[in-house]
Design a protein around this ligand. Sequence first.
Ligand SMILES: Cc1ncc(COP(=O)(O)O)c(C=O)c1O
Length: 484
Amino acid sequence: MEKSLHSLSLQFGTSEQTGKTKQTELISSKLMADPRIGKAKELLAAALKEYSSTIDAVRSADPVLVPQYQEALARLAVARGGAPYFPYITSGIGNGPFVELGDGSVKLDFIVGIGVHGLGHSHPAMLAATVDAGLEDTVMQGNLQHNSGSLAMCERLLGLANQHGAKLDHCLLSTSGAMANENSLKIAFHNRFPAFRVICMDNCFAGRSLALAQLTDRPAYRAGLPKTLDVDFIPMFHPADPEGTTRGAIETLKRLLARHPGEYACLWIELVAGEGGYYPGTKPYFEELCKICQAHKVLVIFDEVQTFSRLSQPFAFQHFGLDAYADLVTLGKITQVCATLYGDRLKPKEPVLSQTFTGATASIRCGLAILDELESKKCFGQNGWNVRRHQYFKSKLEQLAKKYPGKLSGPYGEGMMIAFTPGDGEADVAKDMLMRLYNLGLMGFLAGSNPNRIRFLPPPGVTTEQHIDSACGIIEQAIREMGE
Ligand SMILES: Cc1ncc(COP(=O)(O)O)c(C=O)c1O
């Protein structure tokens, strides 16, 4: 627990002056080295472990707690202007992918807040990082408030991004994936003025701001909203017709560029369509499109808000070998704080980027601790944990697909993004299955439309083969129930 606190503060911690014996030490370093703090953290960690470790399997609700839980859910629906998607309020404790709810039930959480809790629930490293953050002077960091964690996070993300040859020099932190994408679009437009159009792929999702609603290929998500941007769509790669979809995308892109010369600022890409249904592209497909964009001076933005840390490399653009094309990259979710990475040549010349908040001190420290843990658990690499867990989950789902023909197809996705199509993929079948899974104790979420899929984002740092076995056992139970 001491390590993370020290590794940040030591950036300014002590210095020996040449030729003098005097040592300077910051007050913050003295605070962090105070034995009372180490002791307090040990006690907190021991207490958490004692209770958390008892949460080790799916459990049904305690009937005594159900009435007050139902009442809390009803109040939540009123307060937030609608019932939450799942009847889900946690008690505030869990253990890896297991989480205890306020009715005493325990769920196997394979969606983790849509890909956010990379180490699952109640992880000791998150407690340690949060306590460290509580000892810092401010809750939030921002453009007039940089603590050493901001510096550490920016450098860490840039180091990871550039390890295979990308040239991303700067990192702008922000509090949401939407804001990271907004910032990337601003940088692209600013550098390509007066270009005003964007190219996206069919089926994509970019976030919930007014501008991003235009990029997102879901008409319902922009119902009643004014048009803010000119966006054109090209076909996404489809494994059922790799050559046809690749050719179709290239032809459409060329046609658009010829029809609107000089009007496109950027191509914005999700390398695995997340919300859209877990459709990954391939290197040749993406590379062709990126090359054409480069030739036309159209900037390439990779949105890694959902993919970051889930494939064989920290970044999906590294997984697909597209480092040479990464003009701008956005990320978020699992890092707890979001970011826009870009090259120095794109640095805006006017003050178009700024925010009061770049992130919470705790989010930044927790994000760094998650990155430490994912690297030390060897999540990355061709034979890394993410790839191996994917293979295991995939083989289990394939067995189910064989055993129950017509009930489940797939799986789809890459790494720790995995999905299947229930039955014929109709919306009501998928929703029925999702809710059955929830009631039986497994949390996933919907993705895509036509077909509608059920997706999982298991926490990469803590998911084991036993957890995957439990998840598949629950999926089989749900299939059986639906056949009754
Ligand atoms: C690919 C992608 N981009 C952007 C976003 C928006 O992120 P946020 O919800 O943090 O604004 C999401 C969120 O699901 C996403 O999946």
